[in-house]
Design a protein around this ligand. Sequence first.
Ligand SMILES: Nc1ncnc2c1ncn2[C@@H]1O[C@H](COP(=O)(O)OP(=O)(O)O)[C@@H](O)[C@H]1O
Ligand SMILES: [Mg+2]
Length: 392
Amino acid sequence: MADVNTDTPIVSAIGLTKVFKDFWGRPKAKAVNDIDFEIKKGEVIGLLGPNGSGKSTTVKMILGLLYPTAGQLSVLGRSPQAVESKKEIGYLPEESYLYKYLTAEETLDFFGSLFDLSKEERERRIEQLLDMVGMSHARRRRVGEFSKGMARRIGLAQAMINDPEFLILDEPTSGLDPLGCKEVKDLILMLKKRGKTVLVTSHLLSDVEDVCDRVIILFGGKIRAQGTMNELLTVSDSTCITIPTLNQPEMEKLLANLRKDVADGELSVSHPRRSLEEYFLDVISQARKESVETSGAGAGKIAEYLSAEDDKDKVLDTLIKEPEAVVKEVEEPKTPAADTNKAVDAAEFLNSLTDKGEAEQVKAAESAIAEEKKQAMAEADDKLNSLLKGQK
Ligand SMILES: Nc1ncnc2c1ncn2[C@@H]1O[C@H](COP(=O)(O)OP(=O)(O)O)[C@@H](O)[C@H]1O
Ligand SMILES: [Mg+2]
């Protein structure tokens, strides 16, 4: 991206507003209501908010697909409509608009040809991208037959075919099982490592907490909070002292001496953090109290999701509810590849849920996935590296 100065923000929005009108031209919904924000180069930024809070509308204005009703918006230092910017931007739409009679390969080839990539270059990239998103085995299947998770993966590959500097992923984890979500997160981290700028929207907080440098929380078209994870989640009016576990007499002695000298390095003091979910709930309930217009935010939906008592239960729910998708992947005839093992692991995991402690199972599955991912990430890194090198 030679022509964009490193100091120029990737996106700069001032007073950005979008009002949708009805058939008669009367204002219907203030989807985005006078918001200011910046996205800097190399940042992974999360746009969070319940359904209807204005995330997709903001994204579409950044892409130049919708005109703002008011405010200023610049993308890569230009107008959002500037044609020169298009090749620098990759976009995963909220709903995948894939032509259902094309195969996975043909789909990527089609998008590659839009960016004037040579046939050889397209073939090379398609091969690597399919591998990276774990879809090599389905390359000759029509995308119309794909499960939502599979379509999402092809959508992600499509968004990356032009090796863009700035990726906009609208709800990238929607429709993906927990394994798929983890893969998307790893992919985002890998893109960040490559210096890419990523804007990711989500109504699922745990999906972005691990990967975002900064989040913006939208509700009713307004920014309710923004900042780094530390800024938003640090509880600064209490202090936490971290020390190795002590026995009772030692502890009492320490407490008695706490205000006397403590050797350097023996004691570390830090602020405890609230969970993003807890913080988010606060922001939303505060907004509700102030009777902010919700522009269609589904109150029932958020409450249902956020009231889920235990994350692990949620993971299990998803796994149990979507056995079809998992089984489908197992049935795929494949060369021995990392994703075969993953699908088999997931199926075994499901089968074994009945005879072992669930928490134990989740833990075991998580560490198995982490180990496998480490390896897969190293491979994917190499692939992306050679993909990027080849282009320049
Ligand atoms: N094309 C449209 N016409 C009218 N209203 C719309 C349109 N697109 C979105 N909206 C409304 O704008 C609000 C924000 O929508 P959206 O940006 O899609 O939210 P999110 O992506 O956060 O779920 C919602 O109330 C939605 O109904
Ligand atoms: Mg949306």
